[in-house]
Design a protein around this ligand. Structure first.
Ligand code: NAD
Ligand code: TYD
Length: 351
C-alpha cells in the first residue's frame, strides 16, 4: 500500500513528540511521518529516541519560515496533509520578545499555507490542520466556558500570534479553497514538557529544593488535559472531523494554580520520602505576570457529540504519571535545562 505523507511541524517539542510517536506507531502502514523542527531550546530529539528508526518516520531539521526548504519537502515527499504544531509557545517569553512570536507563529504558518496552496491542486482530500490554543478566546470571569463561537480576544503576545495564525488558516480556506481544520486546546501536561511551564517547573524545583514561584495570588485557573488525550483528539478530528471547522478540546478539569502546586508538593514529598509539608515551605508568591489571564475553561461538547472523543486520563492518574516520569528523567531535565534556559531562568526568577 502507498503510504500518504504527513508533514508534522514542531514534532520534537512537547505535544509534537507525543503526536509523532502516536502516528508513527499507530499508522505504520498508512502514513509516512515527516517531522520538520528547528530544534529551538524547546525541541529535543531525545523526546523521540524510541521511534527514530521506524521505517515510516523521517526527521528534518529546519525552519518553517524557510520557503525553499518547505517547498522542497512538499515536492520531494509529496505531502498529503500537514499537522502544524511548530510555534513559540511560552507566554512569559512572548512578553519579553513578541517579535519572535510574530515571525515563527504568523510568518511561519503563512509559509506553510503558501506551500500547501501551491502544491495541492488536484487532490480534494488534503488537509492543513492547525494545532491552536484556547488562549485566543481571552480570559473568563468566574463562570462560563469558551465555545467554538466565542469571539477572539487574545491578550498576550503569544495568544495574539496564535489568533492571527488561526485567522490566516481560515482566510486560506475561504479565499483559496484550502481544506483546513483548527483545534483550540486547553493547557496540556505530561512527560517531555519543557520545564519553563508551570507543572514541570514546579516538580523540578521541588526536587532541587528551589523556591516555587507562584504568580500573583495563585488563584488563576487553567483547564488541564493530559497530553495523550490531546493527541488522540487530533487523530480523531483529522479522520472524522469536517473541513474548515474548529473544534475545542478540553479536559473539564479546572484548577487554581496554587491547588496544583500543593498537589505537586505533597506527591513529590511522599515519593521522595520527605516529611509531609516539607515542599510547601518552598512556595513563594512572586510578582504577577503582566496581563495574566484569570481563567480558561473549554466547552468540548461539539468534539464529544460530533466526533465521540472523551478524555481518558483523570487528573490524579495523569499527574502521578507525570511526576513519576520527571523523577525518573533527571538526565533529560539536566540536558534540556543546561543551555540557554539557565539565562532565561535567572532573568525570569532570580532578578
Ligand atoms: P513546545 O514549545 O514544546 O514545542 C514547539 C516545537 O516547535 C519545538 O520542538 C521547537 O523546536 C519547534 N519550533 C519552534 N519554532 C520553529 C520554527 N521556526 N521552525 C520549526 N520548528 C520550530 O510547544 P508545545 O507545548 O508542544 O505546543 C505545540 C503546539 O501546540 C503549539 O502550536 C502551541 O501553540 C499549541 N498548544 C499548546 C498547548 C500547551 O498546553 N502546551 C495547548 C494548546 C495548544
Ligand atoms: P503556563 O504553564 O506558563 O501556561 P499558560 O500561561 O499558557 O496557561 O502557566 C500556567 C499557569 O501557571 C498560569 O496561570 C501562570 C502560572 N505560573 C506561575 O504561577 N508560576 C510560574 O513559574 C509559571 C511558569 C506559571
Amino acid at each position: 500500500m502507498n503510504k500518504k505523507s504527513i508533514l508534522v511541524t514542531g514534532g520534537a517539542g512537547f505535544i509534537g513528540s507525543h503526536l509523532v510517536r502516536h502516528f508513527v506507531k499507530k499508522y505504520q502502514d498508512k502514513y509516512y511521518i515527516i517531522n520538520l523542527d528547528k530544534l529551538t531550546y524547546a525541541g529535543n530529539l531525545e523526546n523521540l529516541k524510541d521511534i527514530e528508526n521506524y521505517d515510516n518516520y523521517k526527521f528534518i531539521k529546519g525552519d518553517i519560515k524557510d520557503i525553499e526548504l518547505v517547498n522542497t519537502i512538499f515536492e520531494k515527499y509529496n505531502i498529503h496533509s500537514v499537522i502544524h504544531l511548530a510555534a513559540e509557545s511560552h507566554v512569559d517569553r512572548s512578553i519579553e520578545n513578541p517579535l519572535e512570536f510574530v515571525t515563527t507563529n504568523i510568518i511561519g504558518t503563512l509559509t506553510l499555507l503558501n506551500a500547501a496552496k501551491k502544491h495541492w491542486k488536484n487532490d480534494d482530500d488534503n488537509v492543513f490542520y492547525h494545532v491552536s490554543t484556547d488562549e485566543v478566546y481571552g480570559s473568563l470571569g468566574e463562570t462560563g466556558k469558551f465555545l467554538e463561537t466565542t469571539s477572539y480576544d487574545p491578550r498576550s503576545p503569544y495568544s495574539a500570534s496564535k489568533a492571527s495564525s488561526d485567522h490566516f488558516v481560515r482566510a486560506y480556506s475561504h479565499t483559496f479553497g484550502l481544506n483546513t481544520m483548527i483545534s483550540n486546546c486547553s493547557n496540556n501536561y505530561g512527560p517531555y514538557q519543557f520545564p519553563e511551564k508551570l507543572i514541570p517547573l514546579i516538580i523540578n524545583n521541588i526536587v532541587n529544593n528551589k523556591t516555587l514561584p507562584v504568580y500573583g495570588d495563585g488563584k488563576n485557573i487553567r483547564d488541564w488535559l493530559y497530553v495523550e488525550d490531546h493527541v488522540k483528539a487530533i487523530d480523531q478530528i483529522l479522520h472524522k472531523g469536517k473541513y474548515n471547522e474548529t473544534y475545542n478540546i478540553g479536559g473539564d478539569n479546572e484548577w487554581m494554580n496554587i491547588e496544583i502546586v500543593h498537589k505537586l508538593c505533597d506527591t513529590v514529598d511522599e515519593k521522595l520520602g520527605r516529611s509531609p509539608g516539607t515542599s510547601r515551605k518552598l512556595i513563594t508568591f512572586v510578582k504577577d505576570r503582566p496581563g495574566h489571564d484569570r481563567r480558561y475553561a473549554i466547552d468540548s461538547a461539539k468534539l464529544k457529540s460530533e466526533i465521540g472523543w472523551l478524555p481518558e486520563t483523570d487528573f490524579a492518574t495523569g499527574l502521578e504519571k507525570t511526576v513519576d516520569w520527571y523523577l525518573n528523567s533527571q538526565d533529560w531535565l539536566e540536558n534540556v535545562t543546561s543551555g540557554e534556559y539557565l539565562n532565561y531562568y535567572k532573568k525570569q526568577y532570580e532578578q
